[in-house]
Design a protein around this ligand. Structure first.
Ligand code: CAA
Length: 380
């Protein structure tokens, strides 16, 4: 495996870092406090091509590879993990799936504006009773002539409050279990589709997480993505790609926490010397850096597999599992190195500590990742 980054990948890192340092980092604490990513920053990500980073140029995207995408997610997550997830959901859970399963008409109508960043997407799978057990969908879609009538409630939907285009999963045939789930493209403004409760979260507070409500919402048959009954497979494929992005997000959060911990260890003086001179701190930093490097390599490995057109479910789950647990470990240690200061909101490690936790939960908990890894091992 050649781990030397290409010129294009380095260029993406530079662009993402500049954007993150100039536009995101200075307002990250304020965004966390207010619970909102400013629309101006979403527009800037669109202008940089980040909202269609991995979508081919023929559909108006930037046509970059998945390693570039991971680099951009890592850089933005170093400044603000909530801003990064807007971009991650758009690329992995929405654009990627429209590209794979969309008809030419669907790609023209929906993928193009998403890839250009003119529209924002959301992925609506989770329901109050269908979290880890994603197949337990209660939302129904009943075929009536040339449209489906959709009823049900989705919750915890990232980008839900401002998304223009929602990929919605619903049961078209309950008797078939997971093989009775289908996927639909639902536009904002469709009668019967509304948003509900917005969640107040522990971390990634600036990311919009809300309820989506469907009451006799009519969606044209032409907006079904893939075949009837193909929805569960579509969701799993989207999540395979999404998990690479969450892994990259976790690496970014962890790297930011390590950077702050190193800076603090160099300047914080106790017992007459910077605390970085103490072996107790040095060993923490060494373990943190080593684990981050390993996590980053697992993320790149999954990205390379995806770009090579190979199956990458196991590698994506390994990357997310490891990177998210590393983010938990590293941010805990970063708070510890900061001592009492790390517990205060004026120090960003407090936010990183809260933000890291979600990476062990969304797009499949660590337990789900272990299930996916084990089932792939037993199949091989
Ligand atoms: N690709 C293609 N097909 C897949 C697949 C994959 N990666 N994984 C499973 N499938 C197929 C299987 O081949 C099987 O197909 P058949 O019907 O032909 O047999 C079918 O799907 C069912 O597979 P399983 O028996 O393995 O399914 P399961 O019901 O046991 O569930 C699970 C497995 C791994 C627990 C799955 O339900 C899961 O991933 N749950 C977690 C859901 C999740 O991650 N939710 C996140 C919500 S979105 C989010 O978080 C976004 C956000 O906010 C940012």
């Amino acid at each position: 495996m050649d781990l030397k980054l290409t010129e294009e990948q380095e260029m993406i890192r530079k662009m993402a870092r500049e954007f993150a340092e100039k536009e995101v980092a200075p307002i990250a604490a304020e965004m966390d406090e207010k619970g909102e990513v400013p629309f101006a920053n979403i527009r800037k990500m669109a202008e940089l091509g980040f909202l269609g980073l991995t979508t081919p140029e023929e559909y108006g995207g930037a046509g970059m590879d998945t390693v570039s995408y991971c680099i951009a997610i890592e850089e933005i997550s170093k400044a603000c993990a909530a801003t990064a997830i807007v971009m991650a959901v758009q690329n992995s859970l929405v654009n990627y799936i429209l590209l794979k399963f969309g008809t030419d008409e669907q790609k023209d109508k929906y993928l193009r504006p998403l890839a250009a960043g003119d529209k924002i997407g959301a992925f609506a799978l989770t329901e109050p009773g269908a979290g880890t057990d994603a197949a337990a969908q209660q939302t129904t879609a009943v075929l009536q002539g040339d449209h489906y009538v959709i009823n049900g409630t989705k919750h915890f939907i990232t980008n839900g409050g401002f998304a223009d285009i929602v990929l919605l999963f619903a049961m078209t045939d309950k008797s078939k279990g997971h093989r009775g789930i289908s996927c639909f493209i639902v536009e904002k403004g469709t009668p019967g589709f509304s948003t509900g409760k917005h969640e107040h979260k522990m971390g990634i507070r600036a990311s919009d997480t809300c309820e989506l409500i469907f009451e006799d919402c009519k969606v044209p048959v032409a907006n079904r993505l893939g075949q009837e009954g193909e929805g569960f497979k579509i969701a799993m494929m989207a999540l395979d790609a999404g998990r690479i992005g969450v892994g990259a997000q976790a690496v970014g959060i962890a790297q930011a926490a390590l950077d702050k911990a190193i800076a603090h260890a160099k300047t914080r003086v106790q017992f007459g010397q910077p605390i970085g001179q103490f072996q107790a701190i040095q060993f923490m930093l060494a373990d943190m850096a080593t684990q981050i490097e390993a996590a980053r390599l697992l993320v790149y490995n999954a990205a390379l597999k995806k770009d090579a057109g190979e199956r990458f479910s196991k590698e994506a789950s390994m990357a997310k599992l490891f990177a998210s647990e590393v983010a938990g470990f590293v941010t805990t240690k970063a708070v510890q190195i900061h001592g009492g200061y790390g517990y205060m909101k004026e120090y960003p490690v407090e936010r990183y500590f809260r933000d890291a936790k979600i990476t062990e939960i969304y797009e499949g908990t660590s337990e789900v990742q272990r299930m996916v890894i084990a089932s792939n091992l037993l199949k091989e």
